[in-house]
Design a protein around this ligand. Structure first.
Ligand SMILES: Nc1ncnc2c1ncn2[C@@H]1O[C@H](COP(=O)(O)OP(=O)(O)OP(=O)(O)O)[C@@H](O)[C@H]1O
Ligand SMILES: [Zn+2]
Length: 723
């Protein structure tokens, strides 16, 4: 017999749902006995009782097991079971027993139902059900038990439909087909129209006098049909609910992605212009402490900080503070950092915007972003609005095809800046590398009327910046930041930060525990001249030439009074060079004397002179071309700009062709003399110090790189310690 297992959803909270095994026979028999409703069928007493109704040939041991859940009845509750029973056997609860006998003589059509209702073949419906397919033998035996039913039992051909869905479909199709013929009968089950149609079953049972043994099978069939219909509706509802849930989740995910993904969100904002999401940043952790080497700028901004801390204090006295401050300086000198520090010092919100953000291809978008930015800021005053790259929004260009709406954006910016009073506590800080490029209207009083220059740091500033960033890494005690600072003229704060970082990376790659001068020098050279070309195989002859060439520069620098001190000499190829000697000014030079310029020329000449002296005129190389460029430049400026030529006097001469041929040739003559004299001086020094020259070249060939101290040791004739 078939056993149905169903999960029982306990109504009381906290109870674990039980799994109750109900033999189908019991379920059906339960229909007969009012005392043994489905709920209590798991008791052994009732089982015994039901056994009586079980036909002899059914052995419970071989009962195939079906799960009610498979039929979509997993959530059948007690009340529902009652209803099921009531549906299947109306009046059952009133203890109506079917006692009449089964008459076969009435049956003349293919099935009983056809006889009564037309063409519905209840059992073929049953046969097409999955239940039948799973347990054809059992059901066939049930069907054959109904001997008076001219049931057409098919032993093979239950069209093996591939999927369960198809099967269910086909069942529903059959049911639907049947509906045309016997609408009320099937509809009763499908639509749970429990009234009249179910009475028909009852009536049927009574009128046909179905014998008790067959009633079981008959009702089994009925139950099957009912369950099938239930399963179908349940499944349909479930999948519908699931589909809706999936669609909803996908929709939510889509919206979330649209808002989170910056690219998408930018596009979204671009197309709608709804850019209201302007988030301030509280800059508590950035203070003036963090900005090094720009003391003047910090001092100028100090009063802005005071104002932001207490706007009323300033306006009470009638003083007017600028609304806008323009930070002007080369890239990476810390303009953004300074603006953040202003907000951080005053502990007010910081709104960051980049000018390029406002430069929109769409009408009104840039302007509306500016509007939103100022609205947010005013609502959170006192605060700082920082507009980086101000020139890209406030430039002078007017309606160029590349920036069709820039004028509109500038006008919006001007309107917003005019739109609030000085005591509202909103300070706008703009930054630019090209103040000349700004629209004049922007730098009028009442707008960006205060300019603060943020220059590249001087040697002291660079030392401070290097110390600041060195303190964030592990470095050796021997490191002297000042030496690096002296060798990094023109470096910005950002470049110095990068230098320290590169040195730390280099030390890590080399497996060192600390950063030493060596790594710092290395990264400085890398930034200045490009990476080392270790892989380049330079033959010994070229190496030797390079060693003498570089030593020549070093010797001249060492023995010339006004030359800068040597920092390093190397024959390691780097970037386009085969080697180099670096000299360090003691300080940033604001002015250079004639003697210093001449010394620089002499040092430049040192390389070629060395080649000539050691290898002979026939073996001089092209390696000195940049040295000559350098020396020629110095000589030229001395003559044409600095008034350092006696013959041409204190007069400047422009490069253009306005000069008379005589003047031009006089200038050339003077330059040539300066260069020749320089060359001779260099030759003299190298001839005098030929021994030192040779020692230094050999040391370079051995060690590749020598620092200032090592050069000194070699030139003093001492032996270098083996490294
Ligand atoms: N004076 C400085 N002191 C300390 N750190 C600095 C200094 N200048 C630059 N830096 C470092 O370099 C980084 C970049 O600097 P920042 O963005 O402020 O430069 P900027 O002048 O705004 O450049 P840009 O004009 O390209 O926007 C800073 O975050 C900081 O780490
Ligand atoms: Zn050279």
């Amino acid at each position: 017999m078939i056993t149905l297992i169903y999960r029982w959803e306990c109504v009381a909270a906290g109870q674990v749902p039980e799994q109750v095994t109900v033999p189908l026979s019991h379920l059906i028999n339960a229909f007969h006995s009012p005392k043994n409703i489905a709920v209590s069928v798991n008791t052994s007493a009732s089982q015994k009782q039901h056994r009586e109704h079980v036909p002899e040939h059914d052995t419970p041991s071989s009962e195939p097991v079906l799960n009610l859940r498979d039929l979509g009845l997993s959530e059948l509750k007690i009340g529902q079971i009652d209803r099921l029973v009531e549906n299947l056997l109306p009046g059952f609860h009133k203890d109506k027993r079917v006692t009449s006998h089964w008459h076969t003589s009435h049956v003349s059509a293919q099935s009983f139902f056809e006889n009564k209702y037309g063409h519905l073949d209840m059992f073929s419906t049953l046969r097409s059900s999955s239940l039948y397919r799973q347990h054809p033998k059992t059901l066939r035996s049930i069907c054959s038990d109904l001997q008076c039913f001219p049931v057409f039992i098919q032993s093979r051909g239950f069209k093996t439909l591939k999927s369960r869905t198809r099967r269910l479909q086909s069942t529903s199709e059959r049911l639907a087909e049947a509906q045309n013929i016997t609408p009320s009968f099937v509809k009763g089950f499908l639509l749970r129209d429990r009234g009249t149609d179910l009475e028909s079953l009852d009536k049927l049972m009574k009128t046909k006098n179905i014998p008790e043994a067959h009633q079981d099978a008959f009702k089994t069939g009925f139950a099957e049909g009912f369950l099938k219909a239930q399963a179908l509706t349940q499944k349909t509802n479930d999948s519908l609910r699931r589909t809706r849930l999936i669609v909803f989740i996908l929709l939510l995910l889509g919206i979330y992605g649209l808002l989170k993904n910056p690219f998408l969100s930018v596009r979204f904002r671009t197309t709608t212009g709804l850019d209201s999401a302007v988030d301030p940043v509280q800059m508590k952790n950035v203070t003036f402490e963090h900005v090094k080497g720009v003391e003047e700028a910090k001092q100028e901004l100090q009063e802005v900080v005071e104002f932001l801390k207490n706007p009323q204090k300033f306006t009470v006295l009638g003083g007017k503070l600028p609304k806008g401050i323009l930070l002007v300086g080369p890239p990476g000198t810390g303009k953004t950092l300074l603006a953040r520090a202003v907000a951080g010092e005053a502990d007010v919100p910081f709104y960051y915007a980049s000018g390029s953000e406002f430069d929109e291809m769409f009408v009104g978008v840039g302007a509306s972003r500016i509007r939103n930015l100022f609205r947010e800021a005013k609502a959170n005053a006192p605060c700082v609005i920082f507009i980086d790259e101000l020139d890209s929004v406030g430039g002078k260009r007017i309606e160029s095809p590349m920036h069709p709406y820039s004028r509109q954006t500038i006008n919006q910016l001007l309107a917003e800046m005019d739109g609030f009073k000085p005591n509202e506590g909103v300070i706008i800080i703009g930054a630019t590398n090209f103040p000349e490029a700004l629209d004049n209207a922007l730098i009028r009083p009442g707008r960006f009327d205060m300019q603060v220059t943020v220059p590249r740091p001087d040697v002291r500033g660079r030392t401070e910046i290097l110390k600041w960033y060195l303190n964030k890494i592990k470095f050796d005690k021997s490191v002297d930041p000042e030496i690096i600072a002296r060798g990094t003229v023109g470096f910005s704060g950002a470049e110095l930060e990068n230098l320290v970082n590169q040195a730390a990376l280099k030390a890590a790659v080399d497996g060192k525990e600390m950063v030493t001068m060596k790594e710092l020098e290395f990264s400085k050279d890398k930034i200045l001249m490009g990476p080392e070309r270790r892989s380049v195989e330079i033959d010994n002859k070229n190496k030797t030439i390079t060693a003498y060439h570089e030593s020549g520069h070093a010797i001249i620098a060492y023995y010339t009074k006004d030359a800068m001190p040597i920092n390093k000499a190397t024959i390691m190829p780097r970037g386009p060079t085969l080697g180099h000697v670096s000299l360090l000014p003691e300080n940033d030079r604001w002015n250079e004397t004639r003697a210093q310029l001449l010394a620089q020329m002499d040092v430049s000449m040192g390389g070629r002179v060395a080649e000539e002296l050691i290898f002979g005129t026939d073996h001089i190389t092209t390696g000195a071309s940049s040295d000559f460029d350098n020396a020629t430049q110095i000589a030229k400026r001395m003559v044409t700009r600095f008034g350092m030529s006696e013959k041409l006097g204190v007069m400047t001469y422009s490069d253009s062709g306005t000069l008379s041929p005589e003047t031009q040739s006089a200038i050339e003559q003077e330059i040539r003399i300066l260069l020749r004299e320089s060359y001779e001086r260099a030759k003299h020094i190298l001839k005098t110090h030929a021994k030192e020259h040779k020692n230094l070249a050999e040391a370079l060939l051995t060690y590749e790189t020598l620092d200032a101290k090592e050069i000194q040791i070699v030139l003093e004739g001492k032996k270098l310690e083996v490294r």
